[in-house]
Design a protein. Structure first.
Length: 177
């Protein structure tokens, strides 16, 4: 029975209500570009789903679900932001151009993607450090998801095993929209 509860605990972890208010206040570079944007300024007032991604992972098929979420809800204020990372199992070894081509050609990804980054404990960039402090845990693998409200506050985070189209994520997004 404790195994079942342990497994269920991996699916969603609720945010710390005392977490910082401006998790998106970071400058990041767009994938395959020199353009640097401030996430807070660019996505102000949006519901944001941030995901660390990888092209050679058992969960890579989640790109399809992420794109479906983006397509279905972007006109209502959702944006999905992808951050490739090679931190887990070396499953994102390619160049930014290769990652960009893979995402577009294989999954028709149109949601914003950003420069390859680090997300693991001890190596996490400033954005993922802030997200993990608010969530109370670091990503354990590729396709960890962080859901932020329109004010840039963490609402929930979901481990890799949670499909982007799961009822848990969809209901949380719809509630925020």
């Amino acid at each position: 029975m404790s195994t079942l509860f342990g497994f269920l605990g991996l699916i969603a972890v609720h945010a710390d209500p005392g977490a910082p208010q401006h998790l998106l206040d970071h400058d990041v570079r767009r994938l395959g570009s020199d353009e640097v944007i401030n996430l807070k300024e660019t996505y102000a007032g949006k519901v944001v789903l941030i995901v660390n991604t990888a092209s050679k992972c058992a969960f890579t098929g989640q790109y399809e679900g992420l794109e479906a979420l983006y397509d279905e809800y972007r006109d209502r204020g959702l944006v999905v932001l992808g951050f490739p990372s090679n931190d887990f199992g070396g499953q994102e070894p390619g160049t930014e151009a290769q990652i960009q081509d893979f995402c577009r050609l294989t999954y028709s990804v149109r949601f914003p993607m950003f420069a390859k980054t680090h997300v693991r404990k001890g190596k996490a960039d400033a954005l993922f450090q802030g997200l993990t402090e608010a969530a109370g845990r670091y990503p354990k693998w590729n396709f960890h998801k962080y859901l932020l409200d329109r004010e840039g506050r963490l609402v929930d985070n979901y481990l890799s095993i949670t499909s982007p189209r799961s009822g848990t994520i969809v209901k949380a997004i719809e509630k925020l929209l």
